[in-house]
Design a protein around this ligand. Structure first.
Ligand SMILES: [Zn+2]
Length: 297
């Protein structure tokens, strides 16, 4: 089923990295720059992430002894230092997720570079290390993003959906590992309901949502893929939902032969496999198009 599977460490059948995008209320301020402060209930819903869900998620990870990755806008890092400290202390990775969840594909190259650099500075200040990975806010990668990441020495991107296994993005500036996800692995379509944020998804039961995620995991396990859910603490970290996810982790552990890893560890494994000739990944050259695509008569 997978034409070009990668060999995972220690005979694992698949790699698993639960990635949380800890957006907190950054998304509200971007959506409503004039009056976000007046939308108190929405702020409280989004504060649930850093204040309630993060400690809960970290406790579960401690129990299962796994280290994972959190993509966090730099503004949230500055705003919620206690959550950040706990994430770092527990040995998890903090990766770049914009400054205040701005959309790169709505910015000029210069503006995008400015916010990317501001975010890198913040992450360095709080973690002592430059970020190795990036996910575009709302997957809104621009045609400049890959170039800018490569120029700054990032090792991976996690914004795209082009494969079941890692692949490479190639631009004039060099190469970058792509660790893809998909909307089926995102908790937004399952749970996101907010009139202020203009999403009114019919809320699924946690059992139904986890059924979707579990199907993705089972297929990754069967065929040697990659399982990278894109979750949000204020959605999946809520009580009933996290309870189901805890059971899913238990199921994965029991099934066995799963490599639970941080995204930077997976990217390093891919780079090592390429370097030693063990793996020849598919390569996507970017940008896909030089301009608007039109049908010619
Ligand atoms: Zn986000």
């Amino acid at each position: 089923m997978i034409e070009n599977p990668i060999v995972w460490p220690n005979g694992a059948r698949c790699a698993v990295s639960f990635t949380f995008d800890m957006d907190a209320d950054s998304i509200l301020h971007v959506a409503h720059p004039k009056d976000s402060a007046t939308r108190v209930a929405s702020i409280s819903m989004l504060h649930y992430g850093p204040k309630v869900a993060i400690p809960r998620i970290l406790e579960t990870y401690r129990r299962f002894e796994i280290k994972q990755t959190f993509f966090i806008p730099a503004w949230c890092i500055e705003q919620y230092p206690a959550a950040i400290e706990a994430i770092v202390e527990n040995g998890h990775e903090i990766a770049h997720h914009g400054y205040i969840h701005e959309h790169p594909n709505e910015l000029t190259r210069e503006e995008e570079a400015y916010w990317l650099d501001r975010g890198c500075d913040t992450i360095k200040r709080f973690t002592g290390q430059a970020p190795r990975g990036w996910r575009a806010p709302l997957y809104n990668m621009s045609e400049h993003s890959a170039d800018l990441l490569i120029e700054r020495g990032f090792s991976y991107d996690a914004s795209l959906m082009g494969d079941d296994v890692p692949y490479l993005l190639r631009t004039n500036a060099g190469e970058l590992v792509e660790l893809p996800s998909s909307w089926a692995l995102d908790d937004w379509p399952q749970y996101m309901h907010s009139i202020d944020l203009d999403f009114q998804m019919p809320i699924q039961s946690p059992q139904r949502a986890v059924e979707v995620f579990k199907a993705e995991f089972d297929a990754a396990w069967e065929y040697g893929g990659l399982f990278i859910p894109v979750w949000h603490p204020f959605l999946s970290g809520r009580l009933a939902r996290w309870h189901e996810v805890s059971k899913l982790i238990e199921y994965m552990m029991q099934k066995g032969d799963v490599w639970f890893a941080r995204m930077d560890e997976i990217a390093a494994h891919v780079q090592r496999s390429v370097r030693t000739g063990v793996y020849t990944p598919r390569i996507d050259s970017l940008p896909y198009y030089q301009g608007p695509v039109k049908a010619n008569k």
